[in-house]
Design a protein. Structure first.
Length: 395
């Protein structure tokens, strides 16, 4: 990561129009879009280094295959932006449009995806159901006798989160944004329901606006301002095969919906392997361990037997920022004026980051975003079920 300005270097600005808390892909996207819109003096504060949290994942999926219309629109708009990233803001994010392939094990899963496709097609997503043999033609590792159908969209794929963060922050700093790494926020001062300042060990920044994009740490940041952000950290891990001989076939980002097993290419010579371990307890631990690989190999033995015995030559562990319904929190706190937030993406923050940056920019500037994110306000968890929006296409 090229953008890594330590807090011990240049002093913090004494004031700013808006302070963005969090230097992952969401915060970086927001900072860039604010600067591009000439939204005033923007300061971005990162507790560690940019992309050191969830955005440090080696490869991140990008897709618009969701069941919730808000997620579909955020994903679809972001896919457009990822394709144009080389021109705006100007960086190579290694986008591979290999498609997403969901393996569906029974008729109930097929119906879930059929309903999702009705929503997706309304917004132009080219998703479709495939037979098992058609799925095998796209991904030769899968056993077509082990599932009943698959869902595929050729517009989806994967890209490099670290390159995206770097690209956004380079462009943002060129437009005047101040980025400070290793600069954890210790307090947010409020008075009369308004933001007054952000305090850090490196100094205090007087400001009338804060945007929380702190990922798994967002609940603590919100609490500093008296804002409830129900975000829970949950460790997720992936394994890397390293170079394989012969090199693997080029395959879609392939997921078994029932078990959450997934795999895709890691460059030209290896594969990335993943699975959501249902035994994982919430917490901030980010050490890589291999105990979950037994579950992966068991699931692979059913759906993609050739993968069950592949060697593992390392891995990565990061944090999902989970919300109670698996959907993001985006909006402005009603009780604290100018405290905005974009967090809790539950695994789909990277893929939605470009659209979220545009949306938060518009919310900050007081104009209606092109995508209505009102249903994603944090106060939807008010004790009733009416505001909860479960997303069916979460892995």
């Amino acid at each position: 990561m090229a953008i890594d300005t330590a807090s011990g270097g240049e002093p913090l600005p004494g004031s700013a129009d808006v302070v963005v808390i969090g230097g992952g892909v969401i915060g970086a996207s927001i900072a860039f879009h604010l600067a591009e819109a000439d939204a005033g003096r923007v300061v971005l504060l990162e507790r560690d280094t940019p992309a050191s949290g969830s955005s440090g994942k080696p490869i991140g999926g990008v897709r618009a295959q969701f069941s919730d219309p808000v997620n579909v629109r955020l994903g679809q708009r972001s896919l457009e932006a990822w394709r144009a990233f080389g021109e705006r803001p100007g960086a190579d994010v290694g986008l591979e449009r290999v498609g997403y392939l969901f393996l569906l094990g029974d008729d109930e899963e097929v119906e879930t995806f059929r309903q999702g496709m009705a929503v997706q097609h309304a917004f132009g997503v080219p998703s479709r159901l495939l037979t098992p043999r058609e799925a095998q033609a796209l991904c030769p590792y899968v056993d077509p006798s082990s599932f009943v159908a698959a869902a595929h969209s050729p517009a989806d794929g994967h890209a490099l989160p670290g390159a995206a963060v770097s690209g956004y922050l380079r462009a943002a700093t060129a437009l005047g944004v101040t980025v400070r790494s290793r600069c954890a926020v210790s307090a947010i001062e409020t008075s009369g329901g308004e933001v007054r300042a952000v305090r850090t060990a490196a100094g205090t920044v007087r400001t009338g606006a804060v945007i929380c994009a702190a990922g798994a740490w967002s609940a603590a940041v919100g609490a500093m301002a008296g804002v409830a952000l129900p975000v829970t950290p949950l460790r997720r891990q992936i394994a890397l095969t390293g170079p394989l001989d012969p090199p693997p076939a080029r395959v879609p980002f392939t997921l078994d919906y029932g078990s959450t097993l997934y795999f895709h290419n890691d460059g030209a010579d290896g594969l990335v392997l993943g699975l959501s371990d249902p035994r994982q307890e919430p917490g901030f631990g980010r050490e890589f361990s291999e105990e979950w690989l037994d579950l992966f190999r068991e699931a692979a033995g059913r759906r993609a037997p050739a993968l069950a015995g592949l060697p593992v030559r390392g891995g990565w562990a990061g944090l999902y920022e989970m919300t109670p319904d698996g959907n993001a929190l985006i909006g402005e706190a009603p009780a604290v004026s100018r405290f905005l937030y974009a967090t809790g993406f539950s695994g789909h923050g990277f893929l939605q980051a470009p659209a979220v940056g545009e949306v938060v920019r518009d919310l900050y500037l007081g104009r209606a975003p092109s995508i209505d994110v009102g249903p994603l306000a944090a106060d939807r968890f008010d004790g009733t079920a009416s505001g909860v929006r479960p997303e069916a296409h979460i892995i």
